[in-house]
Design a protein around this ligand. Sequence first.
Ligand code: SF4
Length: 442
Amino acid sequence: MRKKVAFYTLGCKLNFSETSTIARSFEGEGFDRVDFSQEADIYVINTCSVTENADKRFKTIVKQAQKSNPGAFIAAVGCYAQLKPEELAAVDGVDLVLGATEKFKIIDYLNDLTKNDRGEVHSCEIEDADFYVGSYAIGDRTRAFLKVQDGCDYKCTYCTIPLARGISRSDSLENVLKNAAEIATKGIKEIVLTGVNIGDYGKGEFGNKKHEHTFFELVQALDEVEGIHRLRISSIEPNLLKNETIDFVANSKSFVPHFHVPLQSGSDKILKQMRRRYLTNLYVDRVARIKKTMPHACIGVDVIVGFPGETDEDFLETYHFLNALDISYLHVFTYSERDNTLAATMENPVPKNVRNKRSKMLRGLSVKKRRAFYESQLGSIRTVLFEGENKEGYIHGFTENYVKIKAPWNPELVNTLHQVELTEIDGDGLVRFGFVPEKILA
Ligand code: SF4
């Protein structure tokens, strides 16, 4: 009897790309993949260490699997599994916990699916996770997530990712181009480049600490790959977003004018305590360069509120800094202590209620910024990639510069690219449009 396997992914695009690669290895071994809500013989949960309440979320998902099939074998992989293997192994129902070096070899641990009283742990020292495994995710969505880099050598004081994913290392340029070409043959129109610190691409490409290629060279090479309509850079550190990359994207064939650039704080004092590798003046310069070469570009910003020692003045400095910047939206993270990070031992922790108040204020600012950005795009001609889901009778999609649009559901539009004129912003903040006659691009 072919065994059934189901997957649940928490966290970032990188995790989704890795789940997809692990799932393909199961299908290659004759397993049938089913939805997580269905009955399966094996449930694999790809965990995240950044998600707020990661532990509670994990337990809820395990319970969901147990409800679907009390006798099923439950395995945990991913960042949380690497950081807290024993904690996950102790969760009722968990049978297997695999660390960073073992997650892609999960099938080797499934010869005996007998349930264990306590999860069997096969973890590692993170230093051992110094090799690279390529992955990409397609099929779950209209666009593909292509992993090009893993791990991080930075030491931001609040972050556990280097502890969960190891040193910075990259896929070979040749392999990235091969994966991209493979994805293009599957009719996927957009590829999102993903990793942990993708601006550091090229480091450890051949298992050493050297940079064989740069991120700029990766971008140039990918722009030549046939059959890819759109390439989107998921997120890139401001100090690694070079002028040459910005200028190239402005005139490139496939790269879209959308940059997601983590800022984390608008206070230089706090940036220093976070051990970020830039100050606010560099960030201002990056935004200015993008807007000078691509005035219609979309700029998304990650920001953390409530970092230890952040006074009301520091927070207001961040608020006014962001308010003055020509950016398009914010991803707001409320600081929460993480074990084994420097920030968790820092003095002057900000009370939770103050953190939440500040978070609320920045989320309000993000709504204002997104609205202003969308309004600035009304009347312009853009290209929309329509997605595959019927959302309450509507089809959604994104323009190249990340404006979210909606239209009455029409299955013929799924996964097609059309030129449109953006006309108005609907009550739910999404943008309506008119088709530019007969301008079907693909
Ligand atoms: S750059 Fe900093 S925040 Fe980002 S993954 Fe590396 S250590 Fe974490």
